[in-house]
Write a protein that binds this ligand. Structure first.
Ligand code: PEP
Ligand code: MG
Length: 319
């Protein structure tokens, strides 16, 4: 009944064959974090901090940022909250951030690449993040990482600030896997990261060289392309024994992709808040071992359409 379904939504997912999977939510504000909690999310898998920086004349102060991050943490009542540092690029301009206009903004200075020219933005955001409690629940995530050096630099900055602020605990620090170089070198990133999270929206765009905003390509820019799936598999293998791997792109909310991601070894899916109960219910019915046995066949298929077809049939078979 409705009450049973409601209470199940708040419990951790254990699949039919006993695998534990975290179902987190993607949010764009502290307000939305409350919605995530109300829907039974096990945490926030991606808080896009851009909302604090857009639609204003100057960068938000340390206090403004800290209050919002603190509110998000409080909404989740001690469950993990992954806050992504500012992911802005030459295509998404902020009036107070003068970035040169370039021919290929998607391949330009964006995400973690911004800190070289704008260290003060990172510094203020890290201070604001370190100001929250409890730091044990806070996870800081860097967007658009393409090599481990970017992570190391932020780790050093974070360490220096934390000791300057006299803090004795540290938040976890992780990287998004959104570009093929990061997926292929996940083993090296995993030595430095406390967690990895695959941004399948950008990973699909950069692997297939198909603009995620181009409506003419939207049907073909499919995460189920075997090339993208193989990069996800490489990421999971690279991180094995080092750190957990989540997915926070739209693929995590997709009926076909979500079970496949879990079969590929993903530990945690981060989905739209409203989708949390449905994704949890679907994963509880899944036999991960049985689907994992199909992976060699699925990953050897010659296109996304073939994967969708075969996976759809497999999932529809009576259990
Ligand atoms: C992604 O690229 O999959 C992602 C989650 O980040 P965004 O959609 O904000 O680029
Ligand atoms: Mg992205």
């Amino acid at each position: 009944d409705a009450e049973t379904a409601r209470s199940a939504a708040f419990e951790t997912v254990i699949t039919r064959d006993g695998r534990k999977v975290g179902v987190y939510a993607n949010v764009g504000s502290a307000e939305e974090a409350r919605l995530a909690a109300a829907n039974g999310a096990d945490g926030v898998g991606l808080l896009r901090s851009e909302f604090l920086f857009l639609e204003r004349d100057s960068a938000p102060s340390e206090t403004t940022q800290r209050d919002e991050y603190q509110a998000a943490l409080e909404a989740l009542g001690g469950k993990p909250v992954i806050i992504r540092t500012l992911d802005i690029g030459a295509d998404k301009q902020l009036p107070y951030l003068r970035l040169p206009s370039v021919p290929n903004p998607a391949l330009g200075v964006r995400g973690a690449r911004l800190w070289a020219s704008h260290p003060e933005l990172l510094e203020t955001q890290l201070r604001a993040l370190l100001g929250v409690t409890p730091l044990e629940a806070l996870h800081i995530m860097l967007p658009m990482v393409s090599e481990v050096g970017e992570l190391r630099e932020v780790r050093q900055r974070l360490e220096a600030l934390a000791s300057e602020m006299g803090l004795d605990s540290r938040p976890r620090l992780g990287a998004m896997i959104e570009v093929p170089s990061a997926a292929l070198c996940a083993d090296s990133l995993a030595t430095e990261a406390d967690f990895l999270s695959i941004g399948t929206n950008d990973l699909t765009q950069y692997t297939l060289a198909m603009d995620r905003e181009d409506p003419a390509l939207s049907a073909r820019a499919d995460v189920l392309h075997p090339a993208v799936l193989r990069l996800i598999q490489t990421t999971v293998e690279g991180a094995k024994g080092h750190c957990p791997v989540g997915v926070c792109g739209a693929a995590a909310s997709d009926d076909l992709a979500a079970p496949l991601l879990v079969a590929l070894g993903i530990d945690e899916l981060s989905v739209e808040p409203a989708r949390v109960p449905a994704v949890k219910a679907a994963l509880r019915r899944l036999d991960v071992t049985a689907l994992a046995a199909e992976l060699p066949v699925l990953l050897a298929l010659d296109g996304a359409g073939a994967v969708r077809g075969r996976l759809g049939e497999w999932l529809a078979q009576p259990t």
